[in-house]
Design a binder for this molecule. Structure first.
Ligand code: PLP
Length: 556
């Protein structure tokens, strides 16, 4: 394809996109295809000769589109929203055309600086404390766009792990980092997203799940109890993940209580607000943020509810040097002459490298050896294995890694010998120019437009909730928050399971389930910014019709 054809076909594509979004209600939201359907429709080999664009695109329209779930549809209620918007699409179009990689400031200066600016804007709109912003060159705090919330959680855990290992190494100079690693433990609620468990698995650390209260919220007292009992066993609590807006029921951990416990025990506090974070643009929802100043890192997905298309996870840290120490590599091809002068996502200022967060972070003061009598001054008791039986609780969710090889045998370096090292904020090297679409959305909607969108989703969810509550056959077992309602048919779980299965098979609406302590529910999330009152009424009618059929089948 050359310039002339591109000008024509790309304009047609814009029309196709606008038609698609404008008429999305006409499409069945959930496809009626079976596994392998596309294999039967497309050739087994890639073409040898170039193909005409119109032929290629015909296949998109006829074969690909009918096999998609239409996430932008007002009748999409599964998972959480994954919204896009016209300014975001324009940002994605332009960034894919110029296709710059923003890994160092030098690799694309405006790309990096726009990311810093947009993240400062967004952090302020959310009401995050100044310590998370990066408005001064030597500020240790700052925001970075990660790919997903899962990645932000992993990055946070790895940074906290490095910090903990460095501090422990200082106290136990004779111990290898692999031995120290064996003593680390981290925490999240039993409602946390599976990505938190995954981060623990990748980080090779034990994870303990704190039982949430009747509102699915992790509370400080339970966390403290677990931490104290683990410390008594010689373990070192180093990281806690609090969730604001759980996946199952949009429940909120008590951030202030959890934060105070973390501060007390020098544990890094990460906040996963993947879905709910967007709501903090509205001051009326910020009570859930109370205590955020106690967090070390905070992440949410503008790619969920904020209409910035996937991928875009906004992550802020108070002390970016903890990230840099974790991902510290320094090949010659990434250095540039402005190293140390500009703030970017691999190269922080030299000052930032040595300066900790203004208020000195509490250091882990763990006396690992003394606590359980297994290790003394960094040396093993001769008749004991290094880490077996350190934790003999039978909680099935604890990750044992005692026998794993984790390649961490080298000693932790306490001081960075080369102040000119490159400072990394993320796992991959290459990074897309994602700030552009975020910046377009922030400017084109403005705070007022974004707040209107969030409030409208919440209003529509409340409308749906009222319809459910008015029907004697249904119930809502948990409190509904923000744009999600988890409902069920009264009686056996099997009724609600059948209802969901049949709704999804009909394809007019799409939803997924959740389970709270054995109670099966259907999650109904308001997703589209174009959802109307009538859409909600139509969805409810569909649900009522199918429920009546099921009750007739079962009870006659
Ligand atoms: N955390 C929470 C609370 C979530 O609800 C989700 C997904 O919905 C995630 C993390 C994972 O998000 P991502 O797909 O961006 O990794």
């Amino acid at each position: 394809m050359e310039h002339t054809e591109f000008r024509v076909k790309a304009k047609e594509m814009v029309d196709y996109i606008a038609d698609y979004l404008e008429n999305i209600r006409d499409r069945r939201v959930y496809p009626g295809v079976q596994p392998g359907y596309l294999h039967k429709l497309l050739p087994k080999e890639a073409p040898v000769a170039p193909e005409k664009w119109d032929d290629i695109f015909r296949d998109v329209d006829q074969h690909i589109m009918p096999g998609l779930v239409h996430w932008q549809s007002p009748h999409m209620h599964a998972y959480f929203p994954a919204l896009t918007s016209y300014p975001s699409i324009m940002g994605e179009m332009l960034s894919s055309a110029i296709n710059v990689l923003c890994f160092t400031w030098a690799s694309s200066p405006a790309g990096t600086e726009l990311e810093t600016i947009s993240m400062n804007w967004l952090g302020k709109l959310l009401g995050l404390p100044d310590c998370f912003l990066n408005e001064k060159n030597d500020s240790p705090g700052g925001g970075v766009i990660q790919t997903t919330a899962s990645e932000a959680t992993l990055v946070s855990l790895l940074a906290a792990r490095t910090r903990a290992l460095m501090e422990l190494a200082e106290l136990n100079p004779d111990m290898q980092s692999s031995e120290l690693l064996g003593h680390l433990i981290c925490y999240c609620s039993d409602q946390a997203h599976s990505s938190v468990e995954k981060a623990g698995l990748i980080g090779l650390v034990r994870m303990r799940y704190i039982e949430s209260d009747e509102n699915q919220s992790m509370r400080g007292a339970k966390l403290e109890e677990a931490i104290l009992s683990d410390k008594a066993k010689g373990l070192v609590p180093f990281w806690v993940c609090a969730t604001l807006g759980t996946t199952g029921s949009v429940a909120f951990d008590n951030l202030r209580e959890v934060g105070e416990v973390c501060a007390q025990h020098a544990a890094w506090l990460h906040v996963d607000a993947a879905y709910a974070g967007s709501a903090f643009l509205c001051p009326e929802y910020r009570h859930w943020l109370d205590g955020v100043e106690l967090a070390d890192s905070f992440a949410f997905n503008p790619s969920k509810w904020l209409m910035v298309n996937f991928d875009c996870t906004a992550m802020w840290v108070k002390d970016s040097t903890a990230l840099h120490r974790t991902f510290n590599v320094n090949p010659i091809y990434l250095r540039h002459e402005n190293s140390g002068k500009a703030i970017d996502y691999m190269l922080g200022s030299e000052n930032a490298n040595i300066k900790r967060n203004g208020n000195k972070i509490n250091q882990i003061k763990a006396t690992i050896p003394a606590a359980n009598g297994r290790l003394h001054n960094g040396k093993m008791d001769e008749d004991k294995d290094s880490s077996d039986d350190l934790y003999d609780d039978d909680d099935s969710k604890l990750h044992g890694y005692h026998k794993m090889s984790h390649g961490c045998g080298k000693k932790i370096q306490l001081e960075n010998p080369d102040k000119k090292e490159l400072l990394h904020w993320q796992i991959p090297l290459s990074r897309r120019f994602r700030a552009l679409k975020l910046w377009f959305v922030l400017r084109n909607f403005g705070l007022v437009g974004l707040q209107k969108h969030i409030r409208e989703s919440v209003r529509l969810a409340q409308k749906f909730e009222a319809l459910v509550l008015a029907d004697q056959r249904f119930e809502i077992p948990q409190q509904s928050n923000l744009g999600m309602v988890a409902f069920r048919m009264k009686g056996d779980n099997a009724l609600t399971e059948r209802l969901l299965k049949r709704l999804n098979a009909r394809g007019f609406i799409h939803a997924v389930p959740a389970c709270f302590k054995g109670v099966y529910v259907i999650r109904f999330t308001v997703t589209s910014p174009r959802t109307t009152n009538q859409d909600i009424l139509d969805d409810w009618n569909e649900i009522k019709t199918v429920a009546s059929e099921i009750l007739m089948d079962v009870f006659g």
